[in-house]
Design a protein around this ligand. Sequence first.
Ligand SMILES: [Cu+2]
Length: 415
Amino acid sequence: MNGRVRARIAKVSALAFAVAVFASGCAKDAPQTTLKPKGPKAATINNLINPVFGIAGIVFVFILGGALFVAIKFRARDEDDYDEFPAQIHGHFKAEITWTIIPLLVLLGVAVPTVTTILDLAKKPPANAVQVEVYGQQWWWEYRYDTNGDGKYDDIVTANDLVIPADREISLHIRSRDVIHSWWAPALNGKKDAVPGRIHPLSIRADKPGEYIGQCTEFCGLSHAEMRIKVVALSSGGYESWVKAQQKDFVNPTDPMAQAGWSAFAGQCTSCHRINGLTDPSSSPDDPAAATKTFTYPASEAGKENPQSGAKNQVSGAAPNLTHLMSRTMFAGGKFNLRKKTAACTKLGEDWASTPNGIEKCLNRKDLEAWLRNAPLEKAMKPGDVMSSSSRGMPNFNLTEVQIDQLVSFLITLK
Ligand SMILES: [Cu+2]
């Protein structure tokens, strides 16, 4: 192969690589693109991106084109050219004014719409906005709702899926329990950091019902990449019924397997997880279904790291509230889907279809069992979720397979 052929091959492959990199930006199924806004806030941002990108493109073509033009037109043609100094234009008044004023005008042209966009996005949400506190944890998002307008975010406490009504403004109050996270659902608005000790406002609004995907965008530890965001926008009727369902308390399970899981849960899981209105299975050991005494959580845990102790719906501070676990679409910070569509699955009864997005799917029993078997297992489950008394994660309990089956039977009743 001679040198020229080799150089050509190198050129063609460099071009092919550049095209491939460029084309990879055009993926069809790219739910996290900011360039396809699905709500007015994101549309406002997009309306700024487009003209600014256009201006930047013109500047790019103009400058590079000019540089190329000069480089080619005035290139050295023979030996003498190397010694000759080009004509100097230092102090050329007209030229210097021109190349100062043009960039100034360009920057002004970009600054005006930028500032109006910032002011637009900073507008206070209307009084009837849905109020939700977003609470960043290592590594999952908790969502706490104030549905009765008393200023306390204790009416619904949930995790992973942020359920909202479509076509209504949602006023988010973004906080963090531990480290700095950043909340970003690109189709709905820009990102906002979640910083311990601060509350950052962000409004979102989805034009239509649907799911809007995002993720934590501030490195927050080992499982940062597994701290996903999913906004589930429902019709207003769908949202109202979701709110009603979420405010229902725990119902004693009747299936014997689930009852055994209930006892196991009360014994091992309640130091971290809350279930609203959980009754105490040990108050009536012979007939757990008859248990009526409300479960009391260990005194050591009461109010610990809990900014709203005494709240109506229990916030544990450090672990997801599981009262309506089965109404979610994913678990463990969105690392796993809670449901799976498989041909041969066991349907889980009538209520099963009442997922927030109304899609009937089967339980992802395999991952849920694996989670209980050993959540912190490196790679398999969630790295960094290592058990120690001070750890943030879900520990390994060394549960037996029988206990795992019982616990899953119990968790399934948390609709
Ligand atoms: Cu994070």
